[in-house]
Design a protein around this ligand. Structure first.
Ligand code: FES
Ligand SMILES: [Fe+2]
Length: 369
């Protein structure tokens, strides 16, 4: 489900500062087949990924430490990655060099002391998540934060995912994701809501502190509430009569979790905006639910709605990117753009390591959408 609309080759818009030292989804882990190498670009870092014979997946920087040719140009036999240029071999999970074919008995160089960059890489929810360390971290990364995972609330569930490239930097992708005021204009459709249904909203927010991780995954929560009466998807949940609670969390660096629960029924999604380069990004949505579990075709139907929805955002951002190439000044207004202001404040606090949080406590925002 890639490239719903293909990205133009126009010059890129302004870059964003990137947050290293966290987990990002690189690609669908089903793309990683035994003995095959696959490439990806993540935060501007070229990666080569693959799956070893024992099933373990790996992600290395796609550059040979010898003379810089992409390792993906070489060979992978299910155990070792071998460079195409001079045949150096590497164990891909650790990056450790195991063989330098040109060495003779006259040389004392120990290949085992040479490492290609290999990054922590884990499978969750069908994605290969890669931890990209901050520059200069070296090989001992210490305790890593938990690998992000979609919350699920029962043993059995259905799930779907979708992905789309966005031609703007990660900041525009993220503030587009949390922007409430575009809904009635970008997403007007019979199954969602019409522009005529715009009305005043009152939404309650609270800070999410992350003291366990020194604030690195701080964010904010749109507190539990009965969802908008004018949103058809909630009606589709078929949960009349049950109290519905919804929470939407944004946490750094790029994650939006939405959970809808009504009695034993639930719907959960994790949306991430991942920098591909400093000036482009990608949106991935993973969703799971146990509603209508026994009804066939629910997955394709849900996927259709999700694809339509993301495509509308994507098409709008492609148009926006045309304007952003001219580096316009931008405006963030209260209250509709307040979450975007919080995002920028949280990001700066994280980059500078100040631990400051823009929300001192619960806040109520008002807007019309
Ligand atoms: S460039 Fe890779 S082995 Fe020489
Ligand atoms: Fe949207």
């Amino acid at each position: 489900m890639r490239d719903l609309v293909s990205i133009t080759t126009e010059p890129p818009g302004p870059p964003a500062e990137l947050i290293f030292g966290d987990w990002y989804p690189a690609l669908r882990s089903s793309e990683l087949r035994l003995g095959k190498m696959t490439t990806a670009l993540l935060l501007g870092v070229p990666l080569v990924l693959g799956r070893k014979r024992d099933g373990k997946i790996f992600a290395m920087r796609d550059l040979c430490p010898h003379r810089g040719i992409p390792l993906s140009a070489g060979w992978f036999d299910g155990e070792q990655v071998q460079c195409k240029y001079h045949g150096w071999k590497f164990e891909p999970c650790t990056g450790q060099c195991s063989e330098i074919p040109s060495l003779t008995r006259h040389e004392t160089l120990d290949p085992g002391r040479i490492f290609a960059a290999a990054y922590p890489c884990e499978e969750r929810d069908g994605y290969a998540w890669v931890y990209l360390p901050e520059a200069g971290t070296g090989r001992s990364l210490g305790t890593l934060p938990e690998v992000p995972e979609l919350p699920k609330f029962s043993q059995r569930y259905r799930s779907a995912h979708l992905v789309a490239d966005l031609p703007c930097n990660v900041d525009h992708g993220i503030i587009g994701l949390m922007d409430p005021a575009h809904g009635p204009f970008v997403h007007q459709a019979w199954w969602w809501r019409s522009r005529a249904s715009i009305h005043e909203k009152e939404k309650h927010f609270e800070p999410i502190e992350d003291s366990a991780n020194a604030g690195r995954n701080a964010g904010f929560r749109m507190s539990s509430h009965a969802p908008s009466a004018n949103s058809a998807p909630y009606k589709l949940l078929g949960v009349y009569g049950e109290p519905i609670t919804t929470t939407i969390d944004f946490v750094l660096p790029n994650r939006r979790y939405e959970t809808i629960r009504a009695g034993a029924k639930w719907f959960s999604s994790l949306t991430t905006i991942t920098p591909v380069t400093p000036s482009t990004c990608r949106i991935d949505v993973i969703a799971a639910w146990n509603v209508f579990y026994r009804v066939p075709f629910v997955t394709p139907i849900a996927k259709f709605f999700g694809v339509r929805f993301v495509r509308q955002d994507q098409e709008t951002m492609i148009e926006q990117a045309q304007g952003l190439r001219y580096h316009p000044g931008l405006m963030l207004i209260d209250d509709a753009d307040k979450p975007a202001k919080w995002y920028f404040a949280l990001k700066q606090a994280r980059l500078k390591g100040t631990g400051e949080h823009p929300l001192a406590g619960p806040v109520t925002l008002y807007w019309r959408s």
